[in-house]
Design a protein around this ligand. Sequence first.
Ligand SMILES: Cc1cc2nc3c(=O)[nH]c(=O)nc-3n(C[C@H](O)[C@H](O)[C@H](O)COP(=O)(O)OP(=O)(O)OC[C@H]3O[C@@H](n4cnc5c(N)ncnc54)[C@H](O)[C@@H]3O)c2cc1C
Length: 434
Amino acid sequence: MKTSAGVTYSAFTGWSDEPTDIATPFRGDIRCDVAVVGGGLAGMATALRLAERGVDVVLLESGYCGWGASSRNAGYLSNELAGEAEVLQFFYKNKLKNLTRFAENSAQFTEGLIERFDIDCDYEATGNIKAAISEAQLGRLRRNAEILQEAGSNIEFGDGAQLGLPSTFLGGIFVRGGGLMNPGRFTAGIRSALLASGARVFERTTVRSVEPNGARVTVEVPSGRVDAERVVLATNANTRELTIGPSGVGPVYTSVVETDPVDPEALEAIGWTTRAGIVTPHQILENYRRTPRGTLLYGTRRLRGAPSGPLGAQAPDPAVVDDLTRGFHQRFPTLNYLAPQRAWGGWIAMTSFLPVAGEVAKNVFYGVSCNGHGLAQSPYLGTLLADRLAGDDPHDDLQTLWRPRPPRLPSFVLSTPVFEAGWAVDRLTDRFGI
Ligand SMILES: Cc1cc2nc3c(=O)[nH]c(=O)nc-3n(C[C@H](O)[C@H](O)[C@H](O)COP(=O)(O)OP(=O)(O)OC[C@H]3O[C@@H](n4cnc5c(N)ncnc54)[C@H](O)[C@@H]3O)c2cc1C
């Protein structure tokens, strides 16, 4: 769909095309050792590892594997936790070192997958930068840098010129691990590895219910039933649609916008020499990156809560896209001739900032590693869960996240009015530099 402003709005990812080899939907009755519900990076990694370890695994996916957030995101492979370090330290002081290690290991693990399966996803190990637009933000980042260093993060604090940041940014935290990629291609690469494994994969198959049934678990789909010894819910933002899913996982819609191609000299002229991804420390972050297509991508800044009922495929709200573009022009006034070309987005799962995993009912496991950081964390978390189900002692990183259910966030916290209030606070702090 084209709007009058010439932006193409998509309810799909802007990074890759739909696969041409979609697996047949599931019909009938079967038994298996483990059924995985959801074929994003978390579910695919779980099923892939289980298949590699000789476990009889079935994966059921509503769309096709990678259809959800996994292929739609901004492509930041981050070795950090979501949330501001000062807040994390306040709530999770005793766990912060272990959580930091989980985040660091996640990025390294995911880089290992790219290498192992030789996935052509334009990955560049650039690291990422948290960059301040005001002295007040810079002060906060300096305090956060101390906490992160203490917790074991491999980071460096620098001014804008040292970090190769465009002139809008005063400086910030360079996070050495991770980098940038095309997540559509990465997800497609993991899907190919999964389809070539011994896992039985069914796409266009929506799971309606998951019910413990004596020593086993019954998974109902519209035209059949899977009788599994154990089930893994890897349903991300859709988790609330299964009544057995852990409460405390809420859906939030987030958007990205891609510009026309930019002349690299125009970037150099404003001092934008880093290839790292840039995020700001606003209440609701802004992100800016170069893409391998020679364009720029910017996103988030304004979020949308979910309506009640099932979440469908959804294109971004034009008001959000306009605001994102306004923000882009404010941060990069000399690039204001660059027109937004297309916009897409997707549903992410929010917990209270932390990735979480656990056993929500007898033999029913779940893993959620989102809060906008799942590109690195989902494949790692899925693999750790698989290793546990295959009989290993739980890995320390998995133990760190383990809870029967995530801490419950009051539902209003993830509503559009609350996000709009956060956005308004950000604009006030922008205006007064506080
Ligand atoms: C616009 C955007 C930008 C983002 N940017 C970044 C970023 O730069 N870096 C980063 O690390 N993270 C980012 N994220 C978050 C990241 O994409 C997610 O954390 C990650 O992909 C989650 O992986 P997942 O496998 O848990 O979920 P998903 O990829 O959402 O997969 C869940 C799957 O479960 C399926 N499913 C759900 N319910 C059912 C059911 N009942 N039956 C069958 N199938 C079902 C869905 O169809 C879906 O395919 C972003 C997300 C979005 C939307």
